[in-house]
Design a protein around this ligand. Structure first.
Ligand code: TXA
Ligand code: MG
Length: 325
């Protein structure tokens, strides 16, 4: 077993992180969405270790993190839509799936052999500092064991991956708390592959056209998107079973409320009914409720409005509540 180093967010910590990455190591780092598990995206062995550490069942494609748009252009081809979106939302919680540039030098494991690549320029200062110190592209999925709740604090990363990765940089709590919005751009209107930290409404307002419905999108587990909610793959799952749209707790349930009508709830995603606050709290409160519920326990979650960031919150909740294998 590895001794996972907990690195401070200071020049010495960043130097150590860059050195570990250059040697093919795995370093978890904060982004504004969730903590990522980073590896050199050009190094096959390092990328393979990501799948091993997460216990991912399949080699599904990973997001490549870069410091700016100019660098991103070396890896993918940007059409007008992609350029406009990158200019509007980068750095930030947006991932663009664009045609892969030939001779990009990326490990084929990063793209799972596809001819497209997922690119993101994170805004978090620690992620930016790490990209600068390392000086190359970082492949980084969320830093959690496959199928479990994504980490929004360094302690969450260690809870799931301690002894399996080389280091984590402690950068405090993630501000957005939900993964990036993923869009595919290539001929025609961009398609939403995953709702996330930037609401679809904001993207449509930027483009001035509606997003395309996408039936071929891969979900979080790399599976084609199922058409019925009952077929959703389990993901972001706590140990406890989850009941959604709960307007009150049943006996024995730990209730996570939302808004002002949640008297008696153990936790409240946002007493004021603010979706930004709720997104930032979601994964941490699921973990806290899971700890309180215990191994055989049950969690109930109040309804969350299905607009703006609420769509991404509900997407994660549906997957957390999906039937498990
Ligand atoms: O906020 C985030 O996006 C975080 C932080 C660390 O940046 N990362 C993250 O990565 O959520 P991950 O691996 O958990 O999710 C990546 C998603 C997967 O659903 C994968 O299938 C999709 O991106 N993806 C990656 N490359 C793709 C491609 N070429 N085509 C379609 N989907 C792709
Ligand atoms: Mg993930």
């Amino acid at each position: 077993m590895l001794q996972t180093e907990r690195l401070a967010n200071d020049p010495a910590g960043l130097r150590r992180a860059a050195e570990l990455l250059a040697g093919g190591g795995l370093v978890a780092f904060p982004t504004e969405t969730v903590y990522g598990l980073g590896a050199d995206a050009r190094n096959d062995r390092a990328v393979a270790r990501i799948f091993e550490a997460k216990g991912r069942p399949r080699f599904n494609p990973l997001i490549v993190h870069l410091p700016d748009i100019e660098t991103a252009r070396a890896y993918g081809q940007f059409d007008d839509h992609a350029t406009r979106l990158a200019q509007a939302f980068w750095p930030g919680p947006l991932t663009l799936v664009v045609p892969l540039r030939k001779g990009s030098g990326l490990s084929p494991l990063v793209t799972a052999g596809l001819d497209s690549v997922a690119l993101r320029v994170p805004g978090h200062p620690v992620a930016q500092a790490l990209l600068t110190a390392f000086g190359g592209p970082l492949a980084a999925p969320s830093a959690n064991p496959s199928g479990r709740i994504s980490p929004t604090r360094a302690s969450h990363v260690l809870d799931g991956l301690s002894g399996r990765i080389d280091a984590v940089i402690d950068g405090g709590e993630c501000e957005v708390g939900l993964e990036s919005t993923i869009l595919r751009t290539a001929d025609g209107p961009p398609a939403l592959l995953r709702p996330g930290g930037i609401p679809a409404e904001a993207i449509e307002a930027c483009l001035g056209i509606p997003l395309a419905p996408d039936s071929t999108a891969a979900d979080e587990c790399g599976q084609p998107k199922p058409d019925a909610p009952g077929q959703l793959a389990s993901h972001y799952a706590p140990r406890a079973m989850i009941r959604l749209d709960a307007i009150a707790a049943a006996p024995g349930e730990v209730w996570i409320g939302f808004g002002g009508q949640a008297g008696g709830a153990a936790f409240n995603l946002s007493p004021a009914g603010d979706l930004v606050e709720a997104a930032a709290n979601l994964f941490h409160m699921l973990r806290q409720a899971d700890a309180l519920a215990g191994p055989e326990g049950r969690i109930a979650v109040a309804p969350v409005p299905d607009r703006g960031l609420g769509r991404a919150i509900n997407d994660r909740l549906r997957r957390a509540a999906a039937p498990r294998d």
